[in-house]
Design a protein around this ligand. Structure first.
Ligand code: CP
Length: 320
């Protein structure tokens, strides 16, 4: 049977689009994290710019709301010296019925080099990557419940920063795993980086048993699921992706699965607490934890700039 080529890689196995962490080899994931390490120091300089994308045009297409991802992609592209254009989707001709690919064609005619795409439909960035000219690169900024690869990478960067070595870590991902593109990207990345103990934790309606097929251990009790964990990644309830009543109420959810200081004691004393944001205080996480000494949530945001710089610099440096 002929093998299906990974659309993210060119024929030399180099990254030309970032669409998903699924099927990305360890060497590429590590290369992105190592490149990001170099860019962290750029962010500490007085003049926070390098000329790597000078003359290139980056178009941000966010068909779903965003605070962290959109802003850090914008900053990252500017720090790489690119020209950056962020389409205001609400005021764009999408509202007049223009299709996604027609929008992409028109922006391509304005000499786009990189499209950064967030969309509610899983697979939208793949569609664009298959459609654009060979010199154009596509970076997925979150598609439906499928994938959020740069969030997965910045989460790995954060874990590596605080814990150094993945080979002995226990990482618990807690909450609405079912609807979470972050959870899927994190699980893929943790497995490829050699993390031996990946757990998913939450109510049965939000953490179905089939996550075991991805190599994660499944728990339906919070304290059992985070016991002796080195890293606890909390997820928000993604009400916008829930079609039915999967939970009694957010208050009931907090009583059972909300991370409080008392419950966090089940994890290792030096465990870090992560969250992709936005956080919902008093729903999945208590403020005393979110603002407490073990939380590294705002560090994640800061590392996101360097990781997104690395991704754009790498894809732009490779030819189809
Ligand atoms: N983590 C994340 O994707 O946050 P935003 O939706 O604010 O971009």
């Amino acid at each position: 049977m002929p093998s299906v080529r990974n659309p993210q890689l060119n024929r030399h196995g180099e990254l030309i689009h970032l669409l998903s962490l699924d099927q990305l080899p360890r060497e590429i994931v590590t290369h992105i994290l190592d490149t990001a390490t170099n860019f962290v120091s750029v962010n500490d300089r007085e003049v926070k710019k390098v000329p790597l994308l000078r003359g290139k045009s980056v178009f941000n297409l966010f068909f779903e709301n965003s605070t962290r991802t959109r802003t850090t992609f914008d900053i990252a592209a500017k720090r790489l010296s690119a020209d950056v254009f962020t389409l205001d989707i609400g005021r764009s001709s999408t509202s007049k019925g223009e299709t996604l690919l027609d929008t992409v064609d028109n922006l391509s005619a304005m000499a786009a080099d990189i499209f950064v795409v967030r969309h509610s439909q899983s697979g939208a960035p793949y569609l664009i990557a298959q459609h654009v000219a060979p010199h154009v690169h596509v970076v997925n900024a979150g598609d439906g419940r499928h994938s959020h690869p740069t969030q997965g990478l910045l989460d790995m960067y954060t874990i590596r920063h605080y814990k150094k070595d993945f080979s002995s870590l226990a990482v618990a991902i807690v909450g609405d795993v079912l609807h979470s593109r972050v959870a899927r990207s994190d699980i893929h990345a943790l497995k490829v980086l050699g993390c031996p103990d990946v757990r998913v934790v939450g109510p049965r309606t939000l953490v179905p048993g089939d996550f075991a097929a991805m190599g994660a251990r499944v728990f339906h009790d919070l304290e059992e699921g985070i016991r002796d964990a080195d890293v606890v990644i909390m997820l928000r309830l993604q009400n916008e992706r829930m079609s039915g009543a999967l939970l009694p109420s957010s208050q009931e959810y907090f009583k059972t699965f909300g991370l409080t200081p008392q419950r966090l004691r089940a994890a290792r004393p030096d465990a870090i607490v992560m969250h992709p944001g936005p956080i919902n205080r008093g729903v999945e996480i208590d403020s005393a934890v979110a603002d407490g000494p073990q939380a590294v949530i705002l560090s994640q945001v800061g590392f996101g700039i360097a990781v997104r710089m690395a991704v754009m610099a790498i894809v732009a440096g490779n030819e189809a």
